[in-house]
Unconditional design. Structure first.
Length: 350
């Protein structure tokens, strides 16, 4: 028993360490920017990335064109950091999030605001500035988009955007404000959600430095049946975690057809409405606000999101073998740690 616990704690400490993006990944992105005609941002990445970008395992970059750099002159460090988000956001995430959703940036206390909606078709805009088509670079951890102009850090909205109400929930990160999950874990255990609580205790890299998170928690009986029959342990948990804080009052007001991003990149939560009832990928929240503080909210689900799994998205050709190996290794380590965790819990109950 002591040996099992020691192995588990060793794995736990390993998983809690964030792996920064490799330097060659940044250089690959810079090369793609240069090939696509975004030379100013390419040079910024090549020679200034260590100043602009803190250690991070994921990143989204928005690159203004060279003409915008010419008009602005030498941009300030804070303005450049406003064009970097410490989360990985593929294009479809922006297309389906409600207008007014706030996206984190590396410029402290400043967020980007989604100003487009589904009614705008394939057009995606942030702070009133359009994203130019598909990603210039995307390896599953780092994604780079071209945009029409510099983004304005002082941009504000109120009331509605393009006639649609502005949602109040936030999707953001603050690296200096990471907090532990013990209090939420205790609340979950007391209500019959101990499996999700145990997962929180793992403090995986995906949640390190997160300030706003929503968890849609299946009950223990549902989770135990999934773990007994579903081999991809990591995806079971990650598809129930959303990098935004959505309390019950905002959840009740989500529009029909909104898709919420999760930490499992291939899975989006589809919001549908039936009268006053809001369904999430066909499932219903039966215990809203199980736990709610300034940065984390947990809702209890009737079932789970596993049976509504979306088709696997083919990897981007630019992702390469390195990204695949990293994901396989992460899944393998996670599977071992969860297995040891349940062995430990089982033995403790004997």
């Amino acid at each position: 028993m002591a040996t099992q616990l020691l192995i588990f704690l060793t794995l736990l400490s390993f998983l809690s360490v964030s792996s920064p993006l490799p330097a060659d990944t940044i250089l690959d992105a810079a090369n793609n920017l240069s090939i696509s005609g975004y030379n100013s941002m390419a040079l910024t990445l090549e020679f200034g990335s260590q100043t602009i970008i803190p250690p991070s395992s994921s990143l989204t970059i928005f690159s203004p064109p060279d003409t915008a750099f010419s008009n602005v002159g030498q941009p300030s460090l804070s303005l450049l950091q406003f064009h970097f988000s410490p989360l990985y956001f593929p294009l479809h995430s922006f297309k389906f999030l409600p207008p007014g959703t706030k996206i984190p940036t590396l410029f402290t206390s400043h967020s980007l605001i989604i100003t487009s909606s589904q009614s705008d078709g394939n057009v995606v805009s942030l702070n009133g500035v359009k994203i130019n088509g598909s990603a210039i670079y995307d390896d599953g951890s780092l994604v780079v988009f071209g945009i029409e102009n510099f983004l304005d850090p002082d941009f504000e909205v109120s009331g509605s955007i393009n006639g649609r109400p502005v949602q109040s929930f936030r999707c953001t990160v603050n690296g200096d404000d990471f907090r532990m999950f013990e209090e939420a874990s205790g609340a979950l255990r007391s209500r019959g959600y101990s499996v999700i609580a145990s997962f929180l205790d793992l403090q995986l890299t995906e949640f390190k430095n997160q300030t706003f998170v929503t968890i849609f928690a299946p009950q223990d009986e549902v989770m135990k049946s999934l773990i007994g029959t579903f081999t991809e342990y990591r995806s079971i948990f990650l598809r129930h975690f959303v990098p935004c804080k959505i309390p019950s009052n905002d959840l009740a007001n989500l529009d029909n057809g909104v898709l919420l991003p999760t930490y499992f990149n291939e899975f989006l939560i589809n919001v549908t409405r039936s009268g006053d009832t809001v369904l999430l990928s066909g499932d219903q929240v039966v215990a809203p606000d199980l736990y709610n503080n300034s940065w984390l909210v947990v809702h209890g689900l009737r079932g789970s999101f596993v049976v509504q799994e979306r088709p696997h998205v083919a990897p981007n050709p630019s992702s390469g073998v390195r990204s695949n190996c990293k994901n396989i290794a992460a899944d393998f380590i996670f599977m071992i740690s969860v297995t040891l965790l349940f062995l430990y819990i089982f033995n403790q109950n004997i």
